[in-house]
Design a protein around this ligand. Structure first.
Ligand SMILES: C[S@@+](CC[C@H](N)C(=O)[O-])C[C@H]1O[C@@H](n2cnc3c(N)ncnc32)[C@H](O)[C@@H]1O
Length: 333
């Protein structure tokens, strides 16, 4: 790891146990970051296997490349810059036939929070940016704060931040920006502090935490990307392939749970129909009815692991899937 790119991988032991990468397999880490998980996955599939790493952040890709050369020089790897929402295009372009292990370790990495100029942190004064891929000409957090209607601000603060003072913060944002645009992290922190009652500011962590989280999710379309990326991963997984997702937010976890549950559904016909008429077959088997969580010992070492929720599914092969469905109606048989 480069000195400035330090991120401790979360639930590494559980990820390795659940993905169980074997020599010669292809692994795809859709959130490469500092390669904390990827180097360990790569070690297990090397030298004949392939490690694919995807990230939309140039700094993460550079740090991961450097770490791979130093720690797993024997590993064959391909690093792809892009958003995992475009997984289909990325894997087609890289001519990957199929993948045995997929990992999604969602959100931002510690260095992204620590580099003040990225605008993710409420502890550092910087332009309000928060784009994970700053090459893309997508909207910044400043544009969201200065252009969204009060109603839309309330919506994102409630939905993505679970912020109980959403209305007060949105009102204060609108009042403040009428005088001059809100352009920096500290300007926004001041607005939030003015909006939240003094008594509430003394509890529950930094008063700007939830607003910053909501803005980051909105700016990077994180929830839409997760839904598309996960469905694509299921399509690209080889039969028996494992897909592991670590979420840090209940909305992310809800999407993972929903997608896995939908794709593991077989027949959806009413139970009193003697034969299946819908023809739906399960595509994955869910390994985790409840999400796995980090051990107390890991949480003590790495506070970021506290909110981690890990879900795992396995891609069924066609024969397995057929065994899980009721007989299908054949009208003219
Ligand atoms: C939590 S970090 C991953 C850390 C990594 N597992 C490690 O242990 O070093 C998440 C990484 O995923 C990237 N990321 C988040 N959403 C992404 C997306 N939709 N497409 C591509 N990369 C994404 C971020 O840029 C960040 O580098």
């Amino acid at each position: 790891m480069t000195d400035e790119y330090r991120h401790v991988p979360v639930m590494l032991a559980e990820v390795l146990r659940e993905l169980d990468p074997q020599p010669g397999e292809t692994v795809c880490d859709c959130t490469l970051g500092g390669a904390g998980h990827s180097v360990e996955l790569a070690r297990r599939v090397a030298p004949d296997g392939l490690s694919i790493g995807i990230d939309q952040d140039d700094a993460a890709l550079a740090a991961a490349s450097e770490r791979f050369s130093r720690e797993v020089p024997e590993a064959t790897h391909r690093f792809l810059k892009g958003n995992f929402a475009d997984l289909d295009d990325l894997l087609v372009e890289a001519q990957i036939p199929g993948v045995d292990c997929f990992l999604f370790d969602l959100g931002v990495s510690s260095p992204q929070l620590d580099f003040p100029e990225r605008g993710f942190s409420y502890n550092e004064d910087a332009p309000l940016d928060m784009r994970m891929d700053s090459d893309k000409h997508t909207q910044t957090a400043a544009e969201v704060i200065n252009n969204y209607t009060e109603t839309d601000l309330i919506r994102i603060l409630r939905m993505y931040g679970d912020e109980r003072f959403a209305s007060r913060i949105a009102r204060e944002v609108v009042t403040t920006r009428q005088k001059a645009p809100i352009e920096t992290t500290f300007q926004l922190v001041d607005v939030i502090k003015r909006a939240i009652p003094a008594a509430a500011r003394r509890h529950g962590g930094h008063p700007a935490r939830k607003t910053f989280q909501a803005l980051r999710i909105e700016v990077n379309h994180e929830l839409d990307a997760l839904d598309s990326g996960l469905r694509a991963a299921v399509r690209w997984a080889n039969p028996g392939g494992r897909i592991c997702v670590i979420s840090y937010h209940s909305l992310e976890d809800r999407i993972v749970k929903h997608v896995f549950s939908e794709l593991s559904q077989g027949c959806t016909c009413p139970p009193d129909l003697p034969v299946c008429v819908c023809g739906n077959v399960p595509i994955v088997e869910v390994r985790t009815r409840k999400p796995l969580v980090a051990t107390d010992e890991e949480v003590a070492r790495n506070p970021r692991a506290r909110s981690a929720l890990t879900r795992v599914a396995v891609k069924l092969d066609a024969a397995d899937a057929r065994n899980k469905v009721r007989p299908v109606e054949r009208p003219f048989a």
